[in-house]
Design a protein around this ligand. Structure first.
Ligand SMILES: *Cc1c(COP(=O)(O)O)cnc(C)c1O
Length: 361
């Protein structure tokens, strides 16, 4: 077996580490490590999954027309320029596969989402890391890092794991100044959490070098089903559809996503609870002396005095049945990313961190 060598770059991939979900010997565990919706999927999505069970002998649609139409209606987009993927992760994979290969560079930022680097390496391309400024994407630093080999630039807005957000005029300035062989990918996994933000859809209409990606995994609470989508100019979508498998999404996933999208009152309730508890959590942590930037997503990044403090706090939270995310792999070893849970989960987090602080100080 050892004689069979994979393609160059593959063995440079550090395996993705997902959020943990259980703690040995502790019951009443709350998972706050993967930015999942604390209220679960919409009842309409659950009903759609149950109905779909009766038709599982049928192959799913290959063009995803029904879900794409629902997305186009909900967001006011051109249905022909929407592509659906197995999570937005698959759209990221398609982009790297189609546009970047050996000798090409793919830019991601210092604290950027791990999948950009993984997908670039899997395609044989070279990931290039660009510094951020105070945990925020720095447009000038990205432009300075562009070369004739740069094919893709990935930024998430709002960003994960920092929760920071950059204004649309900065995004547009980046798109306008990129080298002409380069696509800007705007990852909108958390776009719904920023009031009035369209994820950059309006910019896609004006600039043919922008791709927007979106997901049903966060606000819509369907991470387990894997549904995401992308929006770009027709040429790019036609390219991506060539590398997409014809049956990439299951009928169950398609039906559930469409039902979730239609349940507006449910998502509105989830959004308002997130905003309320995020503010409460942010202020409570600051009062305890924990550094927290204003978050534009469904999590907060809590900064401690040192990596050792962050590790010790994480260990204490674990003893209290609270699983949060260590983000050393995102170059933030002194921080913990905490998903905004329901009110009881947020209160448990603050109580446990106040216990930790009382011991440390
Ligand atoms: C969660 C997340 C995604 C979504 O991934 P899916 O494959 O759609 O579940 C994409 N980008 C970022 C930055 C994320 O945090």
């Amino acid at each position: 077996m050892a004689r069979m060598k994979p393609q160059p770059g593959i063995m440079d991939i550090a395996l993705y580490v997902g959020g943990a979900s259980h703690i040995e010997g502790v019951s009443d565990v709350v998972k706050l490590s993967s930015n999942e919706n604390p209220f679960g999927p919409s009842p309409a999505a659950i009903a759609a999954v149950e109905r779909s069970a009766r038709n599982l002998h049928r192959y799913p649609s290959t063009d995803h027309a029904s879900l794409r139409n629902a997305i186009a209606d909900a967001h006011g987009l051109d249905v022909a320029r929407i592509i659906c993927g197995v999570g937005s992760d698959e759209i990221i994979t398609f982009l790297c596969q189609a546009y970047a290969g050996p000798g090409d560079e793919v830019i991601h930022t210092q604290h950027g989402f791990a999948m950009y680097r993984i997908s670039a390496l899997a395609a044989g391309a070279t990931p290039v890391e660009v510094a951020e400024h105070n945990r925020t994407v720095d447009v000038d630093a990205i432009l300075a890092a562009c070369t004739d080999q740069t094919r893709l630039v990935f930024i998430a807005n709002p960003a994960n794991p920092t929760g920071t957000f950059i204004a649309l005029d900065k995004v547009e300035r980046l798109a306008e100044a990129l080298p002409e062989q380069c696509l800007l990918v705007l990852d909108g996994a958390y776009a719904e959490f920023e009031p009035g933000y369209d994820g950059g859809a309006g910019l896609v209409e004006k600039h043919d070098n922008i791709v927007m990606t979106r997901t049903f995994s966060k606000l819509y609470g369907l991470g387990g089903l894997r549904v995401g989508w992308g929006y770009a100019c027709q040429d790019v979508i036609d390219v991506l559809n060539r590398v997409r498998g014809p049956f990439n999404l299951s009928s169950t996933a398609l039906d559930a996503a469409e039902a979730a999208l239609g349940d507006r009152s449910y998502t509105e309730k989830c959004l308002s609870e997130n905003a309320r508890m995020r503010l409460w959590l942010t202020e409570a942590l600051r009062e305890l002396g924990v550094g927290v930037d204003d978050s534009h997503a469904n999590f907060v990044l809590a900064r401690f005095g040192s990596a050792a403090d962050a590790d010790a706090c994480e260990a204490h939270l674990k003893t209290q049945g609270l699983i949060v995310r260590r983000v050393g792999g995102y170059k933030l070893p002194e921080a913990l990313r905490i998903t905004v849970g329901d009110e009881s989960a947020c209160r448990r987090v603050v109580h446990a961190i106040s216990q930790f602080k009382a011991v440390v100080v």
